[in-house]
Structure formats: structure tokens, C-alpha cells
Design a protein around this ligand. Structure first.
Ligand SMILES: CC(C)(COP(=O)(O)OP(=O)(O)OC[C@H]1O[C@@H](n2cnc3c(N)ncnc32)[C@H](O)[C@@H]1OP(=O)(O)O)[C@@H](O)C(=O)NCCC(=O)NCCS
Length: 199
């Protein structure tokens, strides 16, 4: 079980997804989408996500903001994976954990293969693909990576269920800590420091 709980994101969090992508640099947007998307294109991309069929997963930071996001788009009998992690949270296994969650999601949807398209210079994505033993095909500066999937079974359904429960618990805990911190901050300001002595 991963130490990065990954929350399935509902359609009502589209604005939070846009905010996440806006926190990426132009270079990161280029690596994520193949070119540096401007705001209208980011909004259009997020608007087009079909939350009923696709999987969208987020890793939350302590402020309950999206530190990492994966989109698993259903494309006919395959699934396409896209991922982004904010720079401050990289190299902690979040991208790999989101990839593993995408594999479980896709297997449970009984799709044949998981596909990732990325720029050949993208060392982190290449590493994730190689670790997963994906089939790689390089075309100039771009790479298509394919992972054939076994059909989902009782174990993958149980794993997805456990992951979702863990993520929900993580979300609840972080939300309550944030609310408590906000309340204490407000009390502290209102009482000129008196509240701090009660913490
Ligand atoms: C790709 C990305 C999601 C990876 O996220 P991450 O949370 O840092 O990934 P992980 O921590 O799981 O690292 C995965 C592997 O890549 C390696 N890695 C991470 N960043 C690396 C870098 N800049 N150069 C070389 N290797 C790197 C890690 O060491 C790890 O290898 P290991 O498992 O052997 O230790 C992140 O770099 C990102 O958001 N990039 C911009 C968007 C993008 O490129 N998306 C992918 C195209 S869809």
C-alpha cells in the first residue's frame, strides 16, 4: 500500500484541477501536454474530462491542495495516462504511486492496455515507464509507451477500494487539521494572542 493516498476526484473539483495546472511552469506544461497550454486551453482540457468514465486522482498536500494529479482517460479499449506533480513534491514517489493507481483503475475497467505519450527528454516519465516495463516506441523527440493489462480481478477491486478508503481518511484528517489551524489563527488574531496560550 502506498504512503501517498490518492483521492478519486469528482467533477465538482474542476476549478481545483485548473488551479493545479496553473501552478505548473510553462516547461512543466510542455512536458505534461506536449506544448505549454495557455489558461483557455487548460480550462477547455479540464472541461472536457469525462468524470463518469475517466479516472482522476489527486494527492493532497497539508493545505488540502492538489500536489499531484493523474488523469486516466478512456480511449476505446485503452486508457491514456497523464500526470503532473508540483515541483515541491517531486521525487517522493507521488508520480509512481499515481501511475500504479492508474494501472489498477484501468484493469478494473477491463481495458486492454494503458498508454502514455511523452517527450523523449522527460527523464522522470521515462523512468516510471521503464520501471513498469512498458513497451516503448520512440519517434524523434517523442515516445509512445504501452502496458498490456491483465483483466481486473477480486484483488485489484479490493486494492482500489482500500486505496479510496485511505484517501478519504487522509482528506478528512487534513481538512480537519486545516479547519482547526484556521480557527486558531482567527482566535489568535481576535484575542490579540490570548488564544495561543490555550493551544
Ligand atoms: C513526471 C512527474 C509526474 C514525476 O513525478 P514524481 O513525483 O517526481 O515521480 P517519482 O517521485 O515517482 O519519480 C519517478 C522516478 O523518476 C525519477 N525522477 C524523478 N524526477 C527525475 C528527473 N528530473 N530526472 C531523472 N529522474 C527523475 C525518480 O528518481 C524515480 O525513479 P526511482 O523510482 O528509480 O527512484 C513530474 O516530474 C512532473 O509533474 N513533471 C511535469 C509533467 C510531466 O512531465 N508529466 C508526464 C507526462 S504525461
Amino acid at each position: 500500500m502506498t504512503t501517498n493516498p490518492m483521492l478519486p476526484l469528482p467533477a465538482k473539483l474542476r476549478d481545483e484541477l485548473v488551479d493545479h495546472f496553473l501552478c505548473l511552469s510553462k516547461e512543466d506544461l510542455r512536458l505534461r501536454f506536449g506544448h505549454a497550454l495557455a489558461l483557455p486551453s487548460i480550462v477547455a482540457y479540464v472541461d472536457d474530462i469525462d468524470f463518469d468514465s475517466d479516472g482522476v486522482f489527486g494527492v493532497l498536500d497539508g493545505e488540502v491542495r492538489l500536489a499531484g494529479v493523474a488523469h486516466v482517460a478512456m480511449v476505446r479499449s485503452n486508457a491514456e495516462f497523464g500526470v503532473s506533480v508540483l515541483p515541491a513534491y517531486r521525487k517522493r514517489g507521488i508520480g509512481s504511486a499515481l501511475f500504479a493507481r492508474a494501472v489498477t483503475f484501468a484493469r478494473n475497467r477491463q481495458v486492454d492496455a494503458l498508454f502514455v505519450h511523452f517527450l523523449a527528454e522527460n527523464a522522470a516519465m521515462l523512468r516510471i515507464a521503464r520501471k513498469a516495463r512498458m513497451r516503448l516506441a520512440r519517434y524523434g523527440g517523442e515516445v509512445d509507451a504501452w502496458l498490456d493489462l491483465a483483466p481486473g480481478d477480486a484483488a485489484t477491486f479490493a486494492e482500489a477500494c482500500a486505496q479510496d478508503q485511505l484517501a478519504l481518511f487522509d482528506f478528512t484528517l487534513k481538512s480537519q487539521f486545516l479547519a482547526a489551524r484556521t480557527l486558531m489563527g482567527a482566535l489568535h488574531e481576535a484575542s490579540g494572542g490570548l488564544a495561543a496560550r490555550w493551544v
